[in-house]
Design a protein around this ligand. Sequence first.
Ligand SMILES: [Mg+2]
Length: 397
Amino acid sequence: MILHIDMDAYYASVEEREHPELKGRPLVVGGSASGRGVISAANYAARAYGVRSAMPTARALRLCPDLIVMPTRGGLYQRVSRQIRDIFQRYTPLIEPLSLDEAFLDVRGSEKLYGSSEEIGWRIKNEIREELNLIASVGVAPNKFLAKLASDQDKPDGFTIVKQDEIQEFLDPLPVERIWGIGKAAQSRLNQVGIKTVKELRSQTEERLQSTFGKSGAKLWALCHGIDNRPVVTDSESKSISHETTFDVDLKELATLESVALSLIEGVGYRLRESKLKARTINIKVRYHDFSTVTRSKTIDSPTDSTQEIWRVAKSLITELLGKSQFAVRLIGAGVSNFGQAVETREQSDLFDQIPNEKAEQSQTDNRQHRLDTLADQISRKYGRNTIRRGKTLSSD
Ligand SMILES: [Mg+2]
């Protein structure tokens, strides 16, 4: 079976844990309203007021004037993420992180040692609660698609198991938009023809879905029957690492979007270095208010794991995408791919491209950046505070 483990209101719960006197009060982590900040995470007391992550802080404060807004402490959340990962690793090396607070675990090989998948799920949930004083919601199911739905089913503090013979019973009542890959456009197309639940979608033949949805029709057919053969892929064997954020309202401020993108890239860089990987291609994804999606990529000569270097490229891609036009952005994603070695011609082209002084300067800069990242990671692990903050992050305003 596959486990999907998802921390409840992660950043906000970590801050609540660090500030027990604030327990139960509406609290968010995010940028300040005056700096046009965005909410990164909201605890459940704040959610009761309609406050959501990726909502502008100014709007959240209108909904809940007593809201406590805490600055984002990326280093702390990275350190705790590593502690959570350490607990996962007691039970399986097959861990696919989706973000700092969410991962798939393949525990099929661990059942002989530690008991059923359900027992392993409970052990992990309990250890996270006892050792880290945080709450995780757990989904246990035969595949990734179902495990993710299951962990979300009973949030917060959920534990949901979907056994092989309960799949259809579990899926059928769910609204179609819960299916992975069904966005707003597909949802309204389905609703128009009277299909609102998975059960109604399942009554369609595969041919019918293919004629409506083209290539993704087959995938849709499989998912609504609970079929998903995607394996759990660890960071070190994956082809890409990316994080993304969907906003509650369309955002137009370039500076805000940049600060969100930088915090995504800090997470991506951290995962690269944790997995001892370097990447050559940097990817940016933007979804506009009309749900059209564009991506831009850039490949650099030498693979890097430096947050600063990845950010430099990402920032130029963002400027390229958003710099000149009027835009309203619904989602932003940032990631890296193309792991591996430098291109073979690198030495040569470097020699011709750069005069010796520049080259020496460049490698000095690289070294400095590397030391900065290593130090930031060490500090994150040890003290959980990102003392060395880079230019512009959510918390800088
Ligand atoms: Mg979560």
